[in-house]
Design a protein around this ligand. Structure first.
Ligand code: PGA
Length: 255
């Protein structure tokens, strides 16, 4: 265990594979511990770049970071933040816009201005948007803050996805449509296509934080950690990454 992890509670570790696991009591503790790691990873590096997922799971992390930004203990204003994914055909003013969610929960509260935020536009030239995103990401990503899909996806890298998949347009699987329906009302409200940061870009990040909460994530987290490394469970490719911290609550990772 690294000195920098002191104070965390690793319950399992596979040091040779670079993957550490922290079990937390609840989302508030998840937020605090993940925010500590974000500050540790990005804080001393003024121009560091990170990918920030939307979705329910990472919200406590951004709330904790926003509180630190307000009290002056964390200056995020010089960081560069990359959106993780966006639905196709959804404008920034649509209630389902993941770009707007990213702006509300990450860019605005952390004081990251337009020049330092890398966003998708679900209404623009999608191929060009993906190309531009990968060109900017090639400058180096220091951190990716990710949730885990019920089907093992990261972003919208739906199964099957290999580790070299670039940023691209994808079709959502039924599992993702179902799980996203809780945000927008019904499955009919969920767009069927999305742009996602590629697995290659996510796996290129210097460190990955994988955040997992709730009993409905228990089986898929078990598959990610203990099943075969397989394109059928895209997040299992994290087991080949040199620096991953999984932070899971007791519901997702029972003692
Ligand atoms: P969440 O899960 O929406 O529960 O945060 C992450 C995901 O499905 O990608």
């Amino acid at each position: 265990m690294r000195a920098s992890m002191t104070g965390l509670m690793p319950v399992l570790s596979f040091p040779s594979m670079g993957l550490r696991i922290v079990r937390v009591a609840d989302p508030v503790e998840l937020g605090r511990i993940a925010a500590d790691l974000v500050v540790e990873t990005l804080g001393a590096r003024g121009s560091a770049a990170f990918v920030a997922a939307t979705g329910a799971t990472p919200m406590p992390v951004y709330a904790d970071l926003a509180a630190r930004a307000r009290d002056g203990s964390f200056d995020a204003s010089t960081l560069r933040a990359f959106q993780l994914d966006e639905y196709v055909g959804i404008s920034r003013t649509d209630r389902r816009s993941l770009t707007a969610w990213f702006d509300r929960s990450v860019a605005a509260p952390l004081g990251i201005d337009d020049e330092r935020a890398v966003r998708f536009d679900g209404m623009a030239d999608l191929v060009e948007g993906c190309r531009r995103y990968d060109a900017v990401a090639a400058g180096g990503l220091d951190l990716a803050i990710l949730g885990l899909g019920p089907n093992g996806h990261l972003g919208f890298n739906e199964p099957p996805t290999g580790p070299r998949a670039p940023t691209r347009v994808v079709h959502l699987t039924p599992a993702s449509v179902r799980s996203n329906a809780r945000y927008w009302g019904s499955e009919d409200d969920v767009p069927r296509r999305a742009i996602t940061a590629g697995m290659a870009q996510l796996l290129s990040a210097g460190r990955v934080l994988l955040l997992v909460t709730g009993p409905h994530k228990r089986d898929i987290l078990d598959a990610v950690l203990h099943g075969p490394v397989s394109d059928d469970v895209p997040a299992s490719h994290l087991r080949r990454h040199p620096d991953v911290v999984v932070i899971a609550d007791v519901a997702a990772l029972p003692p």
